[in-house]
Design a protein around this ligand. Sequence first.
Ligand code: SAM
Length: 174
Amino acid sequence: MNMSDIWIMRIGHRPERDKRVTTHVALSSRALGARGIYVDTKDPVLEENIRSVVGRFGGDYSIETGVRWQDAVRKFDGIIVHLTMYGERVDEALPKIPRDKDMMIIVGAEKVPMDVYQRADYNISVGNQPHSEIAALAIFLDRFTEGRALYSDRGGKLTVVPNERGKTVVENPQ
Ligand code: SAM
């Protein structure tokens, strides 16, 4: 089954405070099958870190920072999902989401503007308890893709081979 493209829109990013969390939002979404991330605040260091991982481990994942969510959403042709603890239950929302369209998933940092709730096609919760954008995104992506991206080959310079104990890393000829 072909997967539609999934993009992440990270809003409320504060480069000093959210460095690690936004990095992990990007890395987790890449590992779980997203095509790229837009981040609202310009952050060249974040861009460099993510591109460095993509350079070593491969795949087709892009990052652009300094992109307003309103602009990203306006230009996007597909379904807009907003992950929020106030949204409808993930298990009830998933069957309603069309599979033949690209998807943009919005995740916040601090308080998310009400406009996002209005603009989203689906406001979806991963449980109604407050937790983390990394956890919410990972669970949502895993359920939406049914885990298909987890062990997909990214054609990178480095490939990690599953190992019951120890580390097996293969350097691929480029
Ligand atoms: N307090 C903020 C608000 O009310 O908008 C949210 C802060 S939370 C640390 C950061 C982000 O994690 C949220 O914007 C949302 O995307 C995600 N998140 C946290 N808990 C969630 C949940 N239970 N379900 C879905 N997303 C969640």
